[in-house]
Structures are given as structure tokens and as C-alpha cells.
Design a binder for this molecule. Structure first.
Ligand code: ADP
Ligand code: ASP
Ligand code: MG
Length: 442
């Protein structure tokens, strides 16, 4: 069994939907995970925010515009009258329900129900389109099997049991379509796997089914060596190890949801990144095998807060770090980067929910300085800390204000902390120093 996930752009236009149909119509049994059509989840998030702000007019305007896009797509996609009528009725019900949400109390469940509609719409439309085109496909509702537990981890036992139940009830299909991103939480309420979560849905399903391969089909020809949104001349990487991909995804490479490789890594199920718009391109294959040496890719993660904890008493004091870590542990706040000197420790977090409480506790024995609007730039590659080309990256120090460096924590990762306002320049400079090896002009 294969699991193929198609992202927002891949299902975002009539042309691309037709391309996806061709890609999946190869006679192999598969699960197809779909995102919402591009722009839909953003629009639904905005819609939900307007409801929270009791901006009814703006909220209604927002979904009216969205509904018009869907009407247009349906008109172009369907020639079969019965299926077209069915799809129009379904989409109409979804938008009617959204409309009635406008004047209700805004809660987390309401928000999650609103943002779930994107995947519900795309999968309904796509499954009926495949039916029109004569493909043997079934829609398996993700909310009938996908669930997270109290720790927001996939509830694998529940998922496996229910997915198998659904397969057994629909044994004759070749293609099983389901929604990415959405799930139930431990209380049975509608929830999701966070933004970009359809990638994670695909690998959770891949692991549960022990699939041969999970394919993530997107709008670019694989994992690039730097963020193509900010840097020119980036190149696709043909092979990555699970560790490299996990590190890059965690540190901001938008092409993969941060948790994507986690479910499949231990089972050694390959993840292949492919371009829907250029299916013949090799893409990126993520496996347990390590290829190449030196710096392979760079990613950046925003919304980082740096905390400097200073104490004269730290000098030679054992147990100081333990005291600090215990506080972060108690507030379930994970630390990404850490550097130390004799009298201070600097560390970074990305979740500031408990920052005030953490600061208050730290201030009982240390002075605390907080810097917001920071970004971690992460450089990844096999044994990069030993590679002769790696020192090139330090040329960046002469041009950019680097607040922290983590080097040697592992052999495969180097992280720099910079002001977010310097991120673009840092990424571009690193691209030149590291991948284009621009000589220094003095
Ligand atoms: P999808 O909707 O298919 O899930 P995403 O927008 O989530 O697509 O991810 C693909 C996008 O990720 C690319 O179009 C690109 O702009 C961005 N991106 C960021 N970093 C990278 C990278 N290192 N390699 C490839 N794409 C990247
Ligand atoms: N539609 C969701 C989002 O935009 C999930 C996904 O695209 O993976 O975040
Ligand atoms: Mg994505």
C-alpha cells in the first residue's frame, strides 16, 4: 500500500485536480490524503477570527468570497449532472453552517470546526470527481479514525483499529481518499494536527498501515537546500536522512510539517517528496540512509524568544542548570538552543505561554533578560562540524549580528540565533558562503 498526500496547490485549481487524478490513476492500491484547496484554511482562520471579534459583516464577506471560488471550481470540474447537484448541495450545506456560526459564541471547538471545513470540502469534491471519471475510489472520513490523545500524540491503537474497520467495510475500492490535518481529540471533539498537518496525517497513516512508501506531493521539486521563499538559486536535494529531514522540518522548512517523519522513522518507511506540477522530477527521498557530507541544507524558524539567565552564583555552582531546567520542565516548555558562560546561560524557547511564570521563578535566583523577535537558522548535514567547507559559514559573523551559536551539540547540526529582521540577509549570505562559496573581498 502507498500513501500519497497532495497539498493545497495540488488541489487548488481545476487543472491541478485533473493532474492529481492522472498521478493516482496507475492501478496501485493507495490511500490519498488531501489538504484543503490553497487559500481555504487561511480564509477560514480569518473568518473565525472575525467571529471572535464580533465583526459579523467582515466574517460574512470572507466566506461569500470563498464560496464563489468553490462554485466556479465545481462548474468547471463536473459534467455529470447528478454528481454536480450532489456536490453543490454538500458545499451549500457547509457554507450555510459557516454562515450560522457567525453570530454564535466563539469557542475553540467552533474554531476547530470552522478550519476543518477546508479538508472536508476538498475531499468531498475530489471523491465525486473521481467517481465521475470512473475511478474506483472511496471517501474514508478522517474523523472516523484519526484521533490524538491527551498529549496530542496520535492514538495509534485507535487509529489502526478504526482504519482497518473502514477498510474491511469497503474492501472493493482501489483508492481511499481521506482528509489531512483534521482529527478528534481525546475528548472526541473536532481538532487538528496544527497548520501544515496533512503531511503528518499521511505519515501517521503510513505507519499504521506499514505502507511501502509515503509520498508528499507539493508545488516544488523536493526539499531545497535553503528556503526558496527568501533565497534565489536554491536547489533540490535528492536524498535526505530521517534525522536531517526531521531537524530541518522542526527548524522551519515549511515544505514538511515539523512532526512528519516521526511516525515512519522507526519503521524505516521512506518518505518521497514530489512535485505535482512536474511529476517526472526526481524530488527528494527521505530514508534511514545517509548521503554525502558537509552542509546540506539551511532552514529558519521564527517567533523565537531568547532568555539570558545571569547569576554571579553560577560561577562553579553545580546544580545551577538543573534548577533552570526544572522550571522549564514544570511549565512544559521545551528549550531549543542553549549556550553557557561562567556567569550566564542563554537559551531559546518558541512557546511563550508560560514565559511570565518562568521568568518570575528564574528571578528568584538570577537576573533575566528577554529578547523577542528572534529566529533560529539551522544548518544541517552529515558530520558538518568536521567538514573542511563548514568554516565558510562563519564568514557570516562579520556581517550579521549573531546572538547565539550552537556548534557541536550533534555532529550534524549547527544553529545560529539572529534577530528576525536579519534573517533574510543571513539566509542569503549563508547561501553564497556555503553553497556558492563566494570568496571574501577585503
Ligand atoms: P503544500 O500546500 O503542498 O503542503 P507547503 O506550502 O506547505 O505546500 O510547502 C511547500 C512550500 O514550502 C514551497 O512552495 C516552498 O515555498 C516552501 N519551502 C520552505 N522551505 C523549503 C525548502 N527547504 N524546500 C522546499 N520548499 C520549501
Ligand atoms: N489545510 C491545512 C493548512 O493549511 C493543512 C495542510 O495544508 O497541511 O494548514
Ligand atoms: Mg504543507
Amino acid at each position: 500500500m502507498l500513501v500519497l498526500k497532495f497539498g493545497g496547490t495540488s488541489v487548488g485549481s481545476v487543472e491541478n485536480i485533473i493532474t492529481v487524478k492522472h498521478i493516482i490513476n496507475d492501478g496501485n492500491r493507495k490511500v490519498v490524503v488531501l489538504s484543503a484547496m490553497s487559500g481555504t484554511t487561511n480564509a477560514l482562520v480569518t473568518f473565525s477570527e472575525y467571529i471572535a471579534e464580533t465583526e459579523s459583516e467582515k466574517a460574512l464577506q470572507c466566506i461569500t468570497t470563498l464560496q464563489a471560488l468553490y462554485s466556479e471550481t465545481i462548474q468547471q470540474l463536473f459534467s455529470n449532472h447528478i454528481l454536480k447537484t450532489e456536490v453543490i448541495a454538500y458545499v451549500g450545506t457547509v457554507f450555510k453552517t459557516l454562515e450560522t456560526a457567525v453570530n454564535t459564541k466563539h469557542t475553540l471547538v467552533l474554531h476547530n470546526t470552522i478550519v476543518a471545513q477546508g479538508e472536508l470540502l476538498s475531499t468531498f469534491i475530489f471523491s465525486r470527481f473521481l467517481q465521475q471519471e470512473g475511478l474506483n475510489a472511496r471517501l474514508l472520513p478522517a474523523l472516523d479514525f484519526m484521533r490524538i490523545d491527551k498529549n496530542n500524540e496520535p492514538d495509534n491503537f485507535y487509529i489502526k483499529q478504526n482504519l482497518n474497520r473502514l477498510f474491511n467495510a469497503n474492501p472493493e475500492a482501489d483508492i481511499y481518499i481521506t482528509q489531512g490535518f483534521i482529527c478528534l481529540d481525546a475528548e472526541g471533539e473536532i481538532s487538528n494536527l496544527n497548520r501544515g498537518g496533512s503531511d503528518y496525517t499521511a505519515t501517521i497513516i503510513g505507519a499504521v498501515l506499514e505502507a511501502e512508501e509515503v509520498q508528499i506531493w507539493t508545488d516544488i521539486d523536493g526539499f531545497h537546500n535553503n528556503d526558496p521563499r527568501f533565497v534565489n538559486n536554491t536547489k533540490a536535494i535528492s536524498n535526505l536522512s530521517f534525522d536531517e529531514a526531521a531537524e530541518l522540518a522542526y527548524f522551519g522548512a515549511k515544505i514538511l510539517h515539523p512532526q512528519t517523519v516521526m511516525p515512519v522513522r522507526a519503521l524505516d518507511i521512506p518518505v518521497r517528496l514530489k512535485n505535482t506540477m512536474a511529476p517526472e522530477a526526481h524530488g527528494t527521498l527521505i530514508t534511514n540512509t545517509i548521503h554525502g557530507e558537509g552542509i546540506k541544507a539551511i532552514a529558519a524558524k521564527d517567533n523565537i524568544t531568547a532568555i539570558k539567565i545571569k547569576s554571579a552564583r553560577m560561577l562553579l555552582a553545580h546544580g545551577f542548570l538543573k534548577k533552570i531546567f526544572e522550571i522549564f520542565e514544570r511549565y512544559e516548555t521545551s528549550i531549543d538552543m542553549i549556550t553557557t558562560s561562567e556567569i550566564a546561560v542563554s537559551l531559546t524557547i518558541d512557546n511563550t505561554t508560560y514565559l511570565d511564570a518562568i521568568t518570575e521563578e528564574l528571578e528568584r535566583f538570577a537576573t533575566v533578560e528577554i529578547d523577542n523577535y528572534m529566529s533560529i537558522i539551522c544548518l544541517v548535514g552529515n558530520t558538518i562540524i568536521y567538514h573542511p567547507d563548514t568554516p565558510n559559514l562563519f564568514q557570516v559573523l562579520q556581517d550579521v549580528n549573531v546572538r547565539m551559536i550552537a556548534y557541536g551539540g550533534s555532529n550534524n547540526n549547527i544553529s545560529l540565533l539572529v534577530n528576525t529582521s536579519d534573517k533574510l540577509e543571513t539566509l542569503q549570505k549563508l547561501q553564497r558562503y556555503v553553497f556558492e562559496a563566494e570568496p571574501i573581498v577585503v
